[in-house]
Write a protein that binds this ligand. Structure first.
Ligand SMILES: Nc1ncnc2c1ncn2[C@@H]1O[C@H](COP(=O)(O)OP(=O)(O)OP(=O)(O)O)[C@@H](O)[C@H]1O
Length: 786
């Protein structure tokens, strides 16, 4: 009956349409009171949606088919295709439109630029015991390898490890992704790459560990990864600070959510369920011996140079190198004569035009290690060019994660260019007007550009003439490379790389280079790049002169303990300079307000603050003594605040690397310092990640009741909205930490304890949508807004 009515109704509509069309001009109104164009647009939209849905379904089916195919091969079906040659002869055998080989080839095309083509090969796929390993080994014959780093990789003895652990849904590495407010995470999904994604095989690289040059023959297992599905702040989408990602579980890890107007920091830490040995099989003992003996001989050289063992300097002087006299003049004007070890180890390699991945401890002069070759590159290119450009091309591009760091590197570059006429450095960073950037780039052309990825990409995508100016690029530097190649930034970096010429030199620098980053570094670097590690095998990334301690105390006592610890340090250190790191911007803000109420000399920096404020405070903190800076992770990387005497980290950092970078704000240029990690008993598990670092546990100090009262009174004076925002941020942060995020009831309890400890009478309600996203709807203790 309904269908008859419908037919009748639709019939009447169509007959009316036809009738009116015959009358000319078409109907004035369509069903629902829509006009002709609205009606047309509605149908177009519906068609598009349908098409997208179909495409999505098709994509999912395709991926599922490939996954099951791989799983089948891994779980005993391996024999079916054990002969890779056979597989190679039968493309399209069972993968519908694309065989794995074709698929890899298509991915290879995407990444096909100098150095990246070898991320992929036709053999990529489930590896059969022996055969692949042997082939890779043979392929590596031209290497003068000391350590077969291939064995570090996930393709181990049975040749299937990396892949099999993945296909089992295994986790690879904790995922760390933390974003401070204003990051670019806002709701963007970083989609899953194909199961074949970063599968790297059979590659070579030179590995130079202070002295020893080792060829890395390829350490490449497979990873499937997905950026956290997290949404954060809406405010400044360009802000990159604190934007971090990490390798993830094959499955989506934890839940995360938008916290509306509250800041958010996302961390997913995924515990391994495959052993370290399984992922990174042990090195051959002979290789290690050879490596160590080489290292010893270099250490002797360093000792012979007259520099103390723990000195950051190598003993070589800059005037012994081939850098230009004008740069030398600028160096000596700044009182810089001797090279640090990282500068010594990298300078000749970088000046030779080699690609390099460089690891050196925090505060040892990495910026200068890439700025000096950058200047030489410009000099060389300008000499050889005929100088006919109306606007000089950008010859050097330096990418770094935060605005403050970009400005700092630019200032250092300008100091080195003091006596060079006609060479200039510019920055492209968020927090400034886009149009103004364009005008500045036009009116004050530069050869060296220092940029944060988001803003540079904005310029590239908005078709300002930056893309054409980048066509002549000679040198591409990525500072804090592990962070920029991690998932939070990698897509942007990939897009930027797509705009750069293939013929270029690339340098990656960081104080921490996890093995995973070594693997993906080939997205940027050429196959034959050097790996220069001035820290060395078996040595820790932190400085001996920095005394590290850990204090484990209930979370609700942290707001009492921090002022106590600060006062204690201030009383014992005449020229104190302290940085307090908090987990999110809004918690930073709360801590800042508390310390200010307690009449401490304190400043705050986090991504919620306007750029003008951030720059002003950062500059002030650089120059000052007897000052406390409370900050989120925007200050964790690269910032060179001289003479910091103490770094306090409140709550667990996003990962081991972040702990090292935060700690690295003290003990710079070979000086001493102190670091204190303040965590709650239930955060103790994080210490496992730091177990190789010399961290001393310390006793929880006794706080007298008068002091506690003083803190409570000061807390009482803080605006409730700041506390509520801090509670939400806290909840968001720990909800996204895997260990705490998966047990929502416990999380709610912990959050409530935090809430009472900051003087809130009851937990502030969450938006329903937010609670749903966070998986907290219906959890007792989590109030929802009506
Ligand atoms: N050869 C040198 N002699 C004296 N001072 C130097 C030398 N090289 C660099 N410096 C100074 O050392 C300080 C730290 O350098 P820089 O910020 O480049 O360290 P970094 O290794 O990049 O640290 P991070 O890992 O935290 O980014 C700076 O003030 C820099 O000017």
């Amino acid at each position: 009956m309904y269908s008859t009515i419908l037919r009748e109704r639709s019939g009447s509509i169509w007959s009316r349409l036809i009738l009116s069309r015959n009358m000319g001009g078409g109907p004035r109104t369509f069903p629902g009171g829509l006009n002709k164009w609205q009606w047309k647009r509605m149908h177009e939209k519906k068609a598009r949606e349908k098409e997208n849905k179909l495409l999505d379904q098709e994509k999912q089916l395709y991926e599922a088919r490939i996954r099951s195919e791989i799983r089948a091969k891994m779980l005993g079906g391996g024999n079916r295709d054990s002969n890779e040659n056979t597989a190679a002869k039968k493309p399209n055998q069972s993968h519908g439109p694309l065989s794995p080989q074709e698929h890899i080839k298509s991915l290879a095309d995407r990444f096909m630029k100098a150095g990246a083509e070898d991320l992929w090969n036709e053999d990529d796929g489930p590896v059969v015991k022996g055969s692949r390993l042997n082939r890779v080994g043979n392929g590596g014959s031209r290497s003068s390898s000391v350590i077969d780093v291939r064995r570090l990789g996930s393709v181990g003895g049975d040749g299937r490890r990396g892949f099999s652990s993945m296909s089992r849904g295994g986790r690879f590495k904790r995922n760390e992704s933390s974003c401070d407010e204003g990051d670019e995470f806002d709701g963007r999904k970083f989609d899953t790459l194909s199961p074949f994604s970063p599968g790297f095989a059979g590659k070579k690289e030179k590995v130079k560990s202070v002295s020893n040059v080792v060829r890395n023959k390829g350490l490449f297992g497979r990873r499937k990864f997905r950026k956290n599905d997290s949404s954060t702040e809406e405010e400044d989408s360009e802000e990159e600070d604190g934007k971090m990602g990490g390798w993830m579980d094959v499955r989506r890890t934890g839940s995360s959510a938008s916290l509306g107007n509250h800041d958010f920091r996302l961390t997913k830490r995924v515990q391994r369920n495959v052993s370290e040995e399984e992922l990174y099989p042990p090195l051959d003992i002979n290789d290690v011996r050879e490596d160590l003996s080489k290292r010893k001989s270099v250490e002797n050289v360093v000792e012979e140079s007259g520099e103390p063992r723990d000195s950051i300097y190598s003993g070589r002087r800059f005037d012994e190198s081939s850098i230009s006299p004008l740069t030398l003049k600028a160096l000596s004007a700044s009182g810089i004569v001797k090279m640090t070890r990282v500068q010594d180890a990298t300078l000749s390699e970088c000046l030779d035009g080699q690609d390099a991945l460089v690891k050196a401890k925090t505060g040892t002069g990495k910026s200068m290690a890439f700025l000096l070759p950058a200047i030489e590159t410009v000099l060389k290119a300008t000499e050889s060019s005929n100088g006919v450009h109306r606007v000089p091309p950008i010859l050097v591009l330096i990418l770094c994660p935060t605005r403050e760091l970009a400005s700092q590197i630019a200032a250092e570059g300008k100091a080195l260019l003091k006596y060079h006429d006609g060479i200039d450095v510019q920055t492209l960073i968020g927090g400034t007007r886009f149009k103004r950037d364009q005008q500045r780039l036009q009116s004050e052309p530069c050869q060296i550009l220092i940029a944060t990825p988001g803003r540079l990409l904005d310029h590239i995508e908005n078709k300002s003439n930056i893309t054409s100016r980048l066509m002549a690029l000679k040198l591409f530097v990525v500072d804090e490379a592990d962070l920029l190649l991690d998932l939070g930034f990698r897509r942007d970096v990939e897009k930027i790389i797509d705009c750069l010429p293939r013929q270029r030199q690339s340098l990656l620098f960081s104080a921490t280079i996890p093995k995973e980053v070594r693997r993906v570094s080939q997205l940027v670097l050429k196959r034959d790049h050097s790996y220069i590690d001035t820290i060395g095998l078996g040595c820790v990334e932190t400085h001996d002169k920095v005394k590290q301690s850990c204090l484990i105390a209930p979370h609700e006592s942290h707001f009492h303990l921090v002022p106590h610890l600060l006062k204690e340090h201030i009383n014992n250190t005449a020229d104190y300079k302290i940085i307090v790191f908090c987990s999110t911007g809004m918690v930073t803000s709360l801590m800042y307000n508390l310390l200010r109420e307690m009449k401490l000399n304190v400043r705050e920096i986090h991504a919620r603050k306007a750029q003008l404020h951030r720059t002003r405070v950062s500059d002030e903190f650089k120059e000052s003594k007897r000052l406390i800076l409370v900050t989120s992770d925007v200050s964790a990387r690269g910032m060179n605040y001289p003479d910091v005497t103490l770094v306090i980290q409140v709550g667990i950092p996003s990962d081991r690397e972040q702990y090292i970078h935060r700690l690295g704000r003290t003990g710079r240029e070979g000086k001493g310092g102190k670091g204190l990690l303040l965590i709650a008993p239930w955060e103790r598990y994080f210490l496992d990640e730091l177990k190789d670092l010399p961290i001393e546990p310390i006793q929880v100090p006794d706080l007298d009741s008068r002091f506690k009262l003083e803190v409570d009174e000061s807390m009482g004076k803080i605006d409730t909205s700041i506390k509520e925002a801090a509670y939400h941020a806290w909840l968001g942060y720990y909800n996204s930490v895997r260990e705490t995020g998966r047990d929502k009831t416990t999380l709610a309890e912990l959050a409530n304890r935090f809430c009472y400890s900051i003087g809130l009478e009851k937990p502030p309600a969450l938006f329903r949508k937010t609670a749903v996203k966070m998986g907290l709807k219906g959890i007792s203790g989590i109030p929802i807004r009506k």
